[in-house]
Ligand binder design. Sequence first.
Ligand SMILES: O=C(O)CCC(=O)C(=O)O
Ligand SMILES: [Fe+2]
Length: 293
Amino acid sequence: MNASNRSPAGDIEVSQNSPVRAVTETEVALFKENGWALLRGLVKPEFCKPLLELGKARMAGLTQADGAAAVPEEARKVLGIAGATGGKVTDIKQWVEWRGAVRSAREPDFCRVALAKVMGRNAQRLLGRDKPMRIYHDILTCKLPDNASTPTSFHQDATNFPLDRNVLTFWIALDEVAPNQGPVQFYSGSHRLGLLGGIPARERLDLTAEYPDLADLPLSPAHHLQPGDCTVHHGLVVHGASANSTARPRWSYLVSYFPADARYTGAPNLDTDGFELKIGHAIDHPSFAVVDE
Ligand SMILES: O=C(O)CCC(=O)C(=O)O
Ligand SMILES: [Fe+2]
């Protein structure tokens, strides 16, 4: 379909059958203004359920899903690698993650959501970029109960993406996430401050320490989310999360998208190293799935 005769939300028929709803014009405006937006009911809860079940099974025994106890210290290492096709489960201290349910595993239930046409259209509209969208990475996260996972320090994502233009991330609650379970919080408008620093290799950089003036910006509330509720954030917005102080794990699935015409900068990164990408060229590699238009 030609971009000029497409409705803002994309194909209506697709959006009715889609696991994902179209974002509203108000949500797009809020995203542009604040650098983030709360998208209630973005994913239909029945499509979140299998993702949660698969995530729990993938991390079985690692997350103490009954909330009984946290992962012991000796288990704080790479917990299991299922090979190139299965994605990777790791405890990265701020959460336990399964990276690559779509990128590596092409798990159909995850693809249904992350590669939904409406999702791609949403990313286009939020970023204001009418180009096909590719998935950069997708990560199912579990912030462990009882403060066992650390807080997520305040950071921008942009420095983690060796790309020459803007990206965004949808952070989808797969289960109820209460305010004291560490939902993501954002400094509203901080995306307009530009690039503030922090490279992936540097542990625990916290931008609020390096930029005390961030405190002048409104910090978004710790939202109470239901399965399928989502926050979406711009690659330049400063965000972080507190630890999960409850006895229940915090389950979420985050997916980052970039416009397919973005050029690769060559900066070292675990998501792009080893793929023989060409510096200065668009990323044209099947590992970075294109969302159907
Ligand atoms: O889940 C979190 O605690 C933070 C997530 C995050 O940093 C992101 O989605 O970019
Ligand atoms: Fe982030």
